[in-house]
Design a protein around this ligand. Structure first.
Ligand SMILES: *[C@@H]1O[C@H](CO)[C@@H](O)[C@H](O)[C@H]1NC(C)=O
Ligand SMILES: *[C@@H]1O[C@H](CO)[C@@H](O)[C@H](O)[C@H]1NC(C)=O
Length: 689
């Protein structure tokens, strides 16, 4: 406004009033996102792979894995009033999810209110294109979302794979409800989100096309919340969707929105653009008929394709039921053969009891992956493969090596993982000097915390306890920025929480094997904790848990470390290659944790939850004194037979354990010291991804 006095004061006041009311209440309706703007571009801010089709359909994602799409109303809106209170709003939208396979798709979509329509830093997959691993839960995100999630992510405590949730700055929903009986992955989802700013009440309702998109009387979610703290004054409103290992196309057919009180305009489904396979119906009946007919046709085609596929697979790549139960992507054998250049030895990253690991570059995306080819001579191969798929396929955590997919062809079993450019931890600890020099104390400390958080997730983050069974330095992989990820779940088995762990086989690696394992053969979480303790001491000391070339009193790292600790000489345990450059309090805490985890009595060891807390605290004073180990038992009598259980070892562990020869009663100094250790038997050549 100019400083000169307006010529028509009444008009001016009217104009101001008009502007003010415009600011207070704003609405828009998209019956499709047609090409309305000059220059033929849709009136939306699009990002990622989102696009508007000529018929006005907005597609947020297609069926390509691990991508995301955003679409926002182009102008910012005022979500806070003059007093800084969140303004009421109301919205209705119609979204159709078309999964890649009938019941398998991912990851879902969300209605979003955010300060930046590009959602900078956001990740696809379970992050729904909203946030990233680094900013989850931060109040500075100012992101409000209502998620329509089609995959259950245990990391975020999702209730199931078909739910609606209210997310405030995080992907751990503040309120959520199962969408049942509606299936978010099938057909249209009509949704209403209404926020009453004065009452601080958020309601979310859903319906589908067969209920003619009528808003149900009772909301699905009714959540008392004051959004004033979440919103900033200027916010953008729109949608986000993402795909993961499995993908869905997410389409938005129509959207109405109203800010400042009152209900958003009601959408008439028949006036919205349709999905390609749905022919434009003149009225609702013909639309429904068309939907029914095309689903029928699709069903027939799918059934036909399925039968044909089944026929083909019977002859070539066998698919069993469990393969469909667990999510990840199935690769074509030819694709993996090309990726690894015919499994050339030069692409070999490592080899072990279960098979070889190759580096590969996927022909389509150019993405580097690690391909683990399971020995088909291995009698256990298939079983291990099933176990690995079953557990890994559903586990997601930033400190676990992510399984991307698999392939099976005759005797060949192939697993595809994220490639970890820095290889395994043992190569850094015991490799050349250049590699070890990257393992500064802060890096080592973070690696330990990363592995602890992965194990905590396996033990407690899931509806059933997942035991790793083979925690060791060669199973800790390092990504580009030296963050650690725990890999190789080939040996992991699922145990129902509370049920008796099965006692079938002893698995593990010498030096990390808890003593009770050799007696009972029962894998437990305490045995994982023991192995983690061995890893902690290994990382602090830069020495193998059992050092065959060391003088007898230093042979077993944990026992030697205990002696040094008891003598008040913790610093003697620390890797001399650190050159004294470390945080003494953190090292002392880590040594205490390592010793405590290494206690021979399983019940005495801490849980992974306690371990993670102690390592995070960092202050030596906050970690209680580890209980001293009992006096060493008399020398091995030969009655409890090592040979009795050694026969039930699976190949990799058997070979290494067998190479030790003689009897071994599980790591007490007296007996172990008398065995003919060869460096070969200790050196883990089993580099897994
Ligand atoms: C596009 O949206 C903006 C933001 O509200 C609006 O000002 C503009 O008139 C719209 N343009 C068209 C062509 O619809
Ligand atoms: C999905 O979109 C991306 C980016 O536009 C494209 O590269 C990819 O080929 C598309 N995938 C499919 C299955 O259409």
């Amino acid at each position: 406004m100019s400083s000169s006095k307006p010529k028509h004061p009444i008009l001016f006041v009217l104009l101001l009033f008009l502007l003010a009311s415009l600011a207070a209440s704003q609405e828009f309706t998209y019956k499709g996102f047609g090409v309305s703007g000059a220059g033929g571009s849709p009136n939306l801010t699009l990002n990622g792979i989102a696009e508007v089709w000529p018929n006005g359909l907005l597609r947020l994602t297609n069926e390509t894995s691990k991508l995301m799409g955003h679409a926002f109303y182009p102008a910012p809106l005022r979500f806070l009033d003059g007093n800084g209170t969140a303004v009421s709003f109301s919205t209705q939208f119609v979204v159709t999810v078309v999964p890649e396979f009938a019941q398998l798709g991912g990851h879902g979509f969300a209605f979003v209110v955010a300060p930046d329509p590009r959602l900078p830093g956001a990740l696809p997959s379970q992050y729904l294109g909203l946030l990233s691993a680094g900013d989850l839960g931060n109040a500075t995100n100012h992101v409000f979302a209502v998620e329509f999630d089609t995959v259950q992510d245990f990391e975020f405590g999702d209730i199931n794979g078909n739910h609606v949730g209210v997310d405030l700055n995080s992907l751990v929903s503040n309120a959520s409800a199962a969408a049942d009986p509606f299936n978010l992955k099938a057909g249209d989802t009509v949704a209403w989100v209404d926020y009453d700013g004065a009452a601080g009440l958020l309601n979310v309702s859903i319906a589908n096309a067969t209920t003619a998109g009528t808003k149900p009387a009772k909301p699905l979610i009714s959540f008392r919340v004051d959004l004033s703290g979440v919103f900033r004054e200027q916010m953008y409103v729109g949608f986000s969707a993402s795909t993961g290992l499995l993908a869905s196309s997410h389409y938005v057919r129509g959207w109405s929105f109203r800010l400042g009180g009152g209900a958003a305009a009601s959408l008439d489904l028949s006036s919205l653009p349709s999905l390609p396979q749905i022919k434009d119906g003149k009225n609702r009946t013909s639309l429904i008929l068309a939907v029914a007919f095309s689903s029928f046709v699709a069903l027939v085609v799918l059934a036909g394709a399925g039968a044909y596929g089944a026929y083909r697979y019977k002859n070539r790549e066998i698919i069993e039921k469990w393969e469909l139960d667990y999510g990840p992507h199935r690769f074509k054998y030819a694709e993996l053969r090309r990726a690894t250049r015919g499994f050339r030895e030069r692409e070999l990253l490592g080899a072990g009891g279960f098979g070889k690991v190759y580096r590969g570059v996927l022909p389509g995306s150019g993405e580097t992956v690690a391909v683990k080819r399971i020995n088909h001579e291995s009698r256990q191969g298939l079983r291990e493969f099933v176990a690995e798929i079953a557990s890994i396929g559903r586990l997601r955590h930033r400190n676990l090596v992510q399984l991307q997919g698999w392939c099976r062809r005759r005797g060949d079993l192939l697993l595809v993982y994220d490639y970890m450019p820095n290889g395994s931890l043992d190569r850094h600890l015991f490799g050349d000097h250049l590699k070890a020099s990257r393992l500064t104390w802060p890096v080592r400390h973070r690696i330990l915390r990363d592995v602890a958080s992965a194990l905590l997730y396996l033990h407690e983050g899931w509806e059933s306890v997942v035991l790793h069974r083979d925690v060791k330095a060669s199973n800790v992989l390092l990504d580009a920025d030296m963050s650690a990820r725990l890999g190789d779940f080939g040996l992991a088995k699922l145990h129902e929480r509370g049920a008796n762990p099965s006692t079938t086989r002893v698995v593990g690696t010498l030096g990390y094997l808890a003593p009770e394992l050799t007696r009972t053969g029962k894998a437990t979480s305490a045995a994982d904790v023991f192995a983690f303790g061995a890893l902690v001491l290994e990382v602090v000391a830069g020495r193998h848990p059992i050092e065959p070339c060391a003088p007898p009193e230093e042979l077993v790292l944990s026992e030697w470390a205990w002696e040094r600790y008891a003598a008040g000489e913790v610093e003697k345990v620390v890797d001399s290659r650190l050159g004294g450059d470390y945080d003494a309090a953190e090292v002392a805490a880590a040594v205490k944790v390592g010793l405590w985890c290494s206690h021979p009595a399983p019940a005495t060891r801490p849980t992974m939850r306690e371990v993670a807390r102690f390592l995070d605290a960092g202050e030596a004073g906050e970690v209680p004194e580890p209980p001293p180990p009992p006096p060493l038992p008399p020398a091995y009598s030969g009655e409890v037979g090592f040979d009795d259980f050694v026969h039930s070892y699976p190949s990799s562990s058997f070979e290494r354990a067998a190479a030790v020869g003689g009897g071994w009663d599980g790591g007490t100094q007296t007996s172990v010291a008398t065995f003919p250790f060869s460096p070969l038997s200790m050196r883990s050549s089993y580099v897994s991804v």
